[in-house]
Design a protein around this ligand. Structure first.
Ligand SMILES: [Zn+2]
Length: 370
């Protein structure tokens, strides 16, 4: 048997229940979950039932928990590249495996794309919840072997529980063309997505990383990570476009990663667009949901691209793990706040305070990590 924290009613509290321990199907593994990330948006998702439903969520009672990392306990008979004892992160992105997008190697654009332990993008997600009902707030979870990122010993389970945010930022930075010799502006640089973007842009070789946010104290901590390459602006101190052009010899930045979340003002993204050079790209990963008035003529003439990016692939997760192993991706600035499985409610309350990107709230379902 095992313990799992489940939600029994829409928007309700987590309650620890005793359930049967899962066995792996042929292509699956069972992971003893050592750390699971706590996402501040979780309460919105947990409330998404009945008349409030706009996402596809697992039927109640449900085991939530988006970002799980742990030790492989058992593997199905078809699994060969993963063995019991492996340290892994479960990329929770599940797809149907056989539609046109999946067969094209583009699983994130599968119409059934679903986050195990969180929410999905359409009615086909319910079938995936039946197949993979275990979120991270469970002592054991099943996952397809193809959905695992192997963790080097340098990445703690607590840091791996942050891979969802980190990977979202990383995939967006890749789509923005960030790399050696490039400049990038991170909008919302002190938040959970934004701090990850700064760490990854640094790992990817970006020479100038411009961070915009509101909280001066947090921004100063972001700048202190690498004062030679990271420059920060407290929003409102100077127009973002003028500042970015001043720091880039009048050219503008190559890329903007916009991490602003739902509820942020559209003007903040419009301001960030003005920081781009001709031919620059803005990639949105934050989910800002305000309508914006865009001058498409000006964007066309300047060949500016606006790109939406969702989540990240297992391959991108493997790249992050390799960078962390090599030390080019330094996750040591994260401050882990650990909660036992019985205190998921308290963990969520702390995450909802949104104290900034340095705080990493995790639940430890199978005891302490390493
Ligand atoms: Zn598919």
């Amino acid at each position: 048997m095992m313990h799992a924290a489940r939600v029994h009613q829409a928007g309700g509290r987590f309650q620890v229940d005793t359930l049967a321990r899962p066995k792996p199907r042929e292509n699956d593994v069972v992971v003893a979950v050592k750390a699971a990330g706590v996402v501040p948006n979780l309460r919105n998702v947990m409330s998404n039932y009945g008349e409030r439903a706009y996402l596809t969520v697992p039927e109640l009672p449900a085991i939530y928990g988006l970002d799980a990392a742990g030790i492989v306990e058992d593997v199905g008979e078809m699994v060969s590249g993963i063995v019991p004892g492996d340290r892994v992160y479960i990329n929770p992105g599940r797809s149907c495996g056989s539609c046109h997008a999946c067969r094209s190697g583009d699983a994130i654009n599968c119409p059934a794309y679903t986050f195990q332990g969180y929410f999905g993008f359409g009615p086909a997600s319910q079938r995936i919840y039946k197949l993979y009902p275990y979120g991270g707030f469970s002592q054991y979870a099943t996952a397809p072997a193809s959905g695992l990122v192997k963790l080097p010993e340098q990445v703690s389970f607590e840091a791996a529980a942050r891979f969802g945010y980190l990977g979202t930022a990383y995939s967006g930075l890749r789509k923005a063309g960030v790399g050696p010799g490039r400049t990038v502006l991170v909008n919302g640089a002190s938040g959970t997505l934004g701090l990850g973007a700064v760490l990854l842009a640094r790992a990817m070789g970006a020479t100038s990383i411009l961070g915009v946010a509101r909280n001066r104290e947090l921004l100063e901590r972001v700048r202190a990570i690498d004062p030679a390459r990271i420059h920060v602006l407290s929003a409102g101190d100077e127009p973002v476009g003028e500042w970015a052009h001043r720091l880039t010899g009048g050219v503008g930045v190559d890329a903007v990663l916009d991490t602003l979340g739902p509820g942020a003002p559209g003007q903040a993204m419009l301001d960030a667009i003005t920081a781009l050079r001709r031919g620059g790209r803005l990639v949105d990963v934050g989910g800002m949901n305000a309508p914006m008035q865009l001058n498409m003529h000006a964007l066309m003439c300047a060949q500016v691209s606006l790109i939406g990016s969702l989540w990240f692939t297992v391959a991108e997760g493997e790249e992050m793990a390799a960078m962390a192993a090599a030390g080019t991706l330094d996750l040591s600035v994260l401050e882990h706040h650990r909660f036992p499985l019985g205190e998921v409610n308290e963990a969520l309350a702390l995450a909802e305070k949104r104290a900034g990107g340095f705080v990493n709230v995790v639940v430890m379902p199978s005891g302490q990590g390493e």
